[in-house]
Each structure stands twice: as C-alpha cells, then as structure tokens.
Design a protein around this ligand. Sequence first.
Ligand code: NAP
Length: 338
Amino acid sequence: MATKLGHGLRTALQSPIIAVLGVVSLAQPLLEATGLLAAPAPPEEDLRGKRVLVTGATAGIGLATAARLARMGAEVVVTGRDEARLAAAVQTVAGGRGRVTGEVLDLCALASVRACAARLGAFDVVVLNAGTNANVPTAEHADLPGCSLVFGVNFVAQWLLLKLLDLRPGARVVCLSSVSHHSADAATFGTLGADYAESKLAMILLARAISRGDFGAGLLGVAVNPGAVDSHIWRHVWFPASALFAGFSRLAFLSSDEGSATSVFAAAAPAARLPRTDDGLPAYLAPFWQPPRGPGRSAFEYLSVFAGARPAFARLPRDERAAADRLWAACARLVGAI
Ligand SMILES: NC(=O)c1ccc[n+]([C@@H]2O[C@H](COP(=O)([O-])OP(=O)(O)OC[C@H]3O[C@@H](n4cnc5c(N)ncnc54)[C@H](OP(=O)(O)O)[C@@H]3O)[C@@H](O)[C@H]2O)c1
C-alpha cells in the first residue's frame, strides 16, 4: 500500500517531465526520417554455435529479438502458445543465418511448461520475454491457485521453465522487465494482489539472483526494460481511449524492432561489455537517455530519446535478498514438485 502511494506521488511529480518527453519522442522519428538523427542499433555479434531460446516470440519484441539473434548466426528456438502463430513466427525468423525451430509453450498451463522444457535441450542464452498486461485484478491463473493470471504467466511459469531448463556453462538469461517495476509492491509477490508491476520487479530480482549464482555457478542474468514499444501488449487499453492511444503509440513509441535492441544487446554482448552496478552485477538496462541521478530520473524510462541499451535505475526492495528468497519460496509452493 505504502509502495503504491509512493508511486502515485512520484508519478504526479514526474507527469510534467513525462509530458515533455512524450513530445521529444514524437520529434525523434521526424529527425530520423530527415536523416538528422540515426536510430541506434545493437552491434552485430557473431553468435554461430550459440543456442538461444526466446519465449513469447510470436509477436512484438520477442519476434524481433529472435529475428535479430538468428541474423547474427545463433540457432534460435522460438516459443508460442498458438501453433499457427508459431509457424508464422518460424517463417519470419528463418530469414536469418541461424537455424530456427518453434516449440509450443502455453504459460497458462504448467503441464505445457514441463512438456516444453523436456523437449528443449541445452541453451547458451535464454530470453524470458513472454508477457501480458491484461490486468484483471481478480483473474486467477488456472494452475496456480491464489496467484494472479498476469503474475503467473509473466513470472511464475517462466521461473519454473528456467528451473527445468538445461543451461550450458556460462549461459546468459535475459529477463524482460519494465518501467512499471517502479510501482511494484514486493509484499504481494505470488498472490492475487500481484499484477504486472510485481511481475516486472520479480524479473529484476531473478536476473540479479542468477548473476549471484543462486541458479547455478557461472550464469549471468540481465534485466531489461525494452522501452515503450508499439506492440500488441497495449490491446487491453480501455476502449474509448484505445483509438487515441493507438495513434499516439504508433507515433511516439519505439517499433518492435527498436524495442528488441536492449534485449539483443543483453543477450549477445560479451560479458565484459555489459555495464555493471556498484555491487558488480550486470546493470538493469533501458533504451532511453536518462540523467545519471536525480529524483525524476525514472520518468525518463517511460519515454525519452532512444539511445540504445544503457544502464538505468532499478528500484529494488530495501531487503532485496529476503524479498527474493520469499519470492522463490512462493514460486516453489505454487508450482509444487519441480
Ligand atoms: N511493449 C511495451 O511497451 C513493453 C514495455 C515494457 C516491457 N515490455 C515487456 O516486453 C515483453 C514483450 O512484450 P511485447 O510488447 O512484445 O508484447 P506482445 O506483442 O503482446 O508479445 C507478447 C508475447 O508473449 C506471448 N504470450 C502472452 N501470453 C502468453 C501465454 N499465456 N503463454 C505463452 N505466451 C504468451 C504472446 O503470445 P500470443 O501471440 O499468443 O499472445 C507474444 O508472443 C513482455 O514481457 C512485456 O511485459 C513491453
């Protein structure tokens, strides 16, 4: 409750900054179209010999991420819950240099998660990208009693997938977070009260725990905010506002390809090039320019000048390690035997 109130106050204070940044974001595509500004792209790495998994790759950022990683030569496995959309995604991604296969994975069903993990084999890179923001506060995940649908799909089911996967030595795990994590309340993790924001904070805690060695020695986790991206995820915006919103997002938000830039950098950059925080763990990354410090800096994570993957400020719970331990315990209780 206190966290939500704090977020409400912060948002009110940041609103003027966000409004100005919205205008800046509208100007950027114009500057790019006239050649005055170049859109940044992640550097091309040679990923031949690497095996990569991208969840939720049938649309949006996941599809664009898979396509870019395949162009860099990786063998890419894309997942989706709908066979027809999955087949179409494999076709789209198959234009790259690397081999591409599709695997059915429905994060609403734990049996699907377990069956998918059993078929998958070993990976060098896993991008936990799948997500929904259909925030119906009362909707419960069918296989996770007492846990919200959104938190279950966005986090718990992908936590289970990760626990079941075979990760090669030195493997990298990219965890899709969001600016929304700033309003999360870690006390509600794993319950019906946990929604999109909590699922995205959980992704940051997961990435940091992976890098600390909690999921196996030598692994690296990187949390990313892809930025405000014009994708299907916004289809749940309330109807009367939806047409207006769709127009604004088409003009001011990043395209899915631009939105994949941060995930691709996190997945493909050599470990030595990943920015680190003071504690030595890989930094939370976002694609927008942001002042290095100051109370308003998280406003720049909503919308700002698209500048490519760069370290951003993650709002961690004060008792991060204890909150993470409570989260793993809640996940273990919800999924049962692993
Ligand atoms: N777009 C943004 O502005 C934004 C900002 C911050 C963070 N993000 C994060 O970026 C990630 C990608 O989002 P996006 O914008 O690319 O959204 P999107 O276009 O809606 O794509 C989401 C992907 O997740 C899949 N998915 C959703 N529910 C699933 C389920 N129950 N089981 C299996 N797959 C499921 C979708 O599959 P279907 O095609 O079957 O629905 C789709 O492939 C998400 O984690 C999101 O939270 C996005």
